[in-house]
Design a protein around this ligand. Sequence first.
Ligand SMILES: C[S@@+](CC[C@H](N)C(=O)[O-])C[C@H]1O[C@@H](n2cnc3c(N)ncnc32)[C@H](O)[C@@H]1O
Length: 444
Amino acid sequence: MTTNPTNSGSESPTELQPNPPADLEAPKSAVGSPSPASKSNDPTFIYVICQNGAEAATKLELMSASLNLNLAFSRPGFITFKVDSRNQLTERFSLPSTLARTYGWSLGKSVGDEATELVEQIAQHPKLAAAKHIHIWQRDPVLPGRNGFEPGVSELAAAIGELFGSTKVVKKNGQWINRVAKPGDLVFDIVMVEPNEWWYGYHFADTIAQRWPGGVPMMDTTIETCSRAYFKLKEALLWSGITIKPGDICAEVGSAPGGASQLLLEMGAQVIGIDPAEMEPEILEHENFTFIRRRSSEVKKRDLRDVKWLIVDVNAAPKFTLDAVTELVQHPSIDVKGIILTIKLLERKLIGEIPKLMAQVKALGFQVVKSRQLAFNRNEFCLVGVKDKFVLRSGKKTKKIGKPGPESKPKSEPESEAKPEWIVESTPESGLEPKPESETKSDS
Ligand SMILES: C[S@@+](CC[C@H](N)C(=O)[O-])C[C@H]1O[C@@H](n2cnc3c(N)ncnc32)[C@H](O)[C@@H]1O
């Protein structure tokens, strides 16, 4: 059965009152045609994907942004909002959100116990025929990292993707299934909210994360790593456009046990780890790794004088992280090009402080400041700052650092997919390129 989205959600929208913070940017709405809502009187809905358990915080963040959104439906990791005709969202809208992993216009849902029937029903939708890509994924069942779960296209979603691939429509139109979209491509999305309840909609791949199925970079999460921080940092680099080159000196505050250092060493960087706790022996013994077994406040600043990239991942309150960063980057002997911070969301109310934290980082001299709750983050988000937006333009070299994740393989590679997506260095693309303005922004 196919239905339109309804107000059958489990949570009341009235529990969250809009309270717009003055410094949260209005949505970027200049690109594209007017929103579907402004073209007719029909109710129009958007869907938003977030981390499992982050729904209330995501709603709070979005409803604070004066977008005329009303909560319609909510499940862990999946939310829909009704958008009224006064909304400012264009068809290619962008949400001013740190927590929204990806989003798009919702077209409804199909419910049924037979996968083949659901596939046939959804495949009839005219928007699917018009799309270049089909992305299909399951909402996160639990917090990433719990019980071995990691976000991405599950085996079930990959199998359903193959069913879509065998439909007449897809055979005729040749859509790519669960592949990374090219910048600007129209993507038809199917979110398996429950095994028998699939919601569908569409979006345009206007940012790097919108090019990934479900907003999750495709990477092999079965490889052996010292910690999950390996995947976190890999996603942070892909999303932010920061390119670490061989020989770059990177310092990581909170480096133990060593997942992030492992990635940096694989990329050919020189790594200085700072942590009072123990590193994994394989990291400690690496010729390009130097360990300062101390707290950040006890580090001699001259030991960090050639550091280009500062990574901070300490299990402490945001204020502690910001104070530690401030102390380091304001020291006259230190001149980093960029910082990659993990900010712990110890309480939900910290969501309201994200714009303030970003402004603080900007005041330290970072021209571009971006935030995002990465798919591989847990109760935390990533905040990056670079002093010169042009460092975000990556070189032409590509470097493989792992294997591709599960996906439905097309019969032949489309031109844009000549380079695999598990690269860290890539040619500039819409989501990686610095925006023209040098404003502090929240960018999903
Ligand atoms: C989440 S773990 C970091 C994981 C690490 N980035 C990795 O790649 O495996 C947090 C680390 O922060 C360290 N830490 C806490 N306070 C610190 C401080 N003041 N200075 C340096 N490290 C600190 C802890 O000892 C802990 O190892």
